[in-house]
Design a protein. Structure first.
Length: 187
């Protein structure tokens, strides 16, 4: 897994968790689950699988210094600065370009800085399984309607899902479709 990189998207402008988060205090910098920020928890959950040199952070220039202070083990060069906030797809594309420049054969896991993951060891197992599938030339998208992530409601889009074995380990990935009875997220 020497060519596997984690990208943490941490450029949100603090609008979705208002009034707790604001433009000058985005949700990735909030301590919602104890004494660590959401960003710190994201980095810590990845470090058993990814070395700090293989964790990149895509963010705005306005947040980069604060995020680096929160996790000084991450090299400054691993902060990919968005020229302007344009959303998730451009942030992922910018990160993919940064990884390609470093390691043309690199694989990327694109993650967010504001998710709660209850079973972090299982989450890392799924990321490792996803890397094996991606290494064969497939694009892998992880969904969130399995016990790995325990969402509040089912998915409203098509996605890949982990196929757990009797022991709960991820044994493969399969395509699934949106549940017709699943409520769509509200804007």
């Amino acid at each position: 897994m020497d060519h596997y990189y984690a990208v943490i998207m941490a450029g949100g402008g603090g609008t979705r968790l208002w009034p707790l988060s604001r433009k000058d205090r985005p949700k990735q910098s909030l301590k919602l689950l104890g004494d660590r920020t959401m960003f710190q928890l994201s980095v810590e959950r990845l470090t058993p699988l990814f070395s700090p040199e293989r964790i990149l952070v895509v963010t705005s220039a306005a947040y980069a210094a604060d995020l680096h202070r929160q996790c000084p083990s991450l090299p400054e060069a691993n902060f990919v600065l968005e020229p302007a906030p344009k959303g998730t797809a451009p942030a992922i594309a910018l990160s993919a370009l940064a990884i390609r420049r470093r390691d043309p054969g690199g694989l990327m896991a694109s993650l967010t800085a504001d998710h709660f993951i209850g079973d972090e060891a299982r989450f890392r197992d799924v990321l490792a399984a996803a890397a094996q599938v991606a290494g064969k030339g497939f694009l892998v998208t992880l969904g969130s309607n399995r016990p790995i992530l325990r969402p509040a409601m089912g998915t409203s889009s098509a996605a890949w899902r982990c196929k757990p074995s009797a022991s709960g380990k991820c044994t493969g990935l399969h395509a699934s479709k949106r549940s017709p009875n699943c409520p769509r997220p509200k804007p």
